[in-house]
Design a protein around this ligand. Structure first.
Ligand SMILES: Cc1ncc(COP(=O)(O)O)c(C=O)c1O
Length: 269
């Protein structure tokens, strides 16, 4: 094989099957969609969107085009032609529209882990200050707080969640009743990864805010699974993972910090 054949250009993706195919034969519609829009071999049933989902062909084509333009220094809208320095304004605007937030409050990261660690590193806590959490958090969310605990003497306390919960309120109450005088941050997942339980995000965040506590939501399983408007969640920070349920290519995360944070909620503690 010649070296230049090693990375053949991806073919332009086929058009989506039409509605009339769906009306006549839904089974054929889905088979065609799967075959033409994804790279999955017929023998594979892929059911692990929780780690990484499958990126469809048009997405992979867009990634390839972007990388090629970057390598050729021809990303047209940037005066300074270096991949990695652009502000991705148009992409952030589109993502913000879907996520229900302002693009100015949104940053792209490489994954939710990076976003969560950045948030934990950025919130200014003193020794003895407490981060209260659930006992159902993913390692990616816990790691940043555990590092802070080891380095700066803050504490990270994990509250057992009632499982199965008798009601959404019971989940909120289990966490909120543990708030103490040292609690400065509440950190929890919007959807628990181990069970798929949807947490009462708004209720927890409103109660925390009323007590001056900063809320951080791990939304790795939220965007793409349930309707989302980050602006209406009531949290201060949100981390998301579009490469799970939103067909994004591997290496896509989001970090959202609300306006309250811009006015200094990190320094306030
Ligand atoms: C609840 C939760 N948070 C964070 C992550 C990390 O996501 P990412 O792969 O985007 O870093 C995962 C990954 O499975 C997860 O389940």
């Amino acid at each position: 094989m010649r070296r230049r054949d090693f990375f053949p250009a991806l073919a332009a993706p086929a058009a989506l099957p039409t509605d009339s195919v769906f009306q006549k034969d839904p089974e054929r519609y889905w088979l065609q969609l799967r075959k033409e829009q994804f790279y999955l071999p017929e023998t594979r049933a892929f059911m692990n969107n929780g780690s990484l989902g499958v990126a469809p062909r048009p997405v992979m084509k867009a990634v390839q085009d972007y990388m090629e333009n970057a390598a050729a220094l021809t990303i047209p809208e940037y005066e300074y032609p270096r991949w990695g320095y652009e502000n991705l304004d148009a992409h952030r605007a589109e993502a913000a529209e879907y996520l229900g937030c302002r693009k100015e409050d949104l940053a792209f990261t490489h994954n939710a882990t990076e976003a969560l660690s950045t948030i934990a590193a950025g919130i200014d806590l003193k020794p003895g200050d407490e981060v209260l959490s659930t006992n159902q958090e993913h390692t990616s969310g816990r790691a940043g707080w555990l590092l802070k605990q080891a380095r700066y003497g803050t504490t990270f306390r994990e509250v057992p969640m009632p499982l199965p919960p008798p009601s959404p309120d019971a989940l909120a109450e289990a966490l909120l009743k543990e708030i103490g005088p040292k609690t400065k941050v509440l950190f929890f997942s919007g959807i628990l990864s181990s069970s798929g339980i949807v947490m009462p995000i708004r209720k927890i965040c409103d109660a925390a805010r009323a007590r001056g506590i900063v809320t951080v939501v791990d939304g790795a399983h939220v965007n793409g699974q349930i309707p989302i408007r980050i602006d209406e969640m009531g949290c201060d920070y949100y981390a998301g993972s579009p490469h799970k349920w939103m067909f994004a290519p591997a290496g896509c995360g989001i970090l959202w910090g609300g306006r309250r944070c811009w006015s200094g909620c990190g320094r306030r503690l």
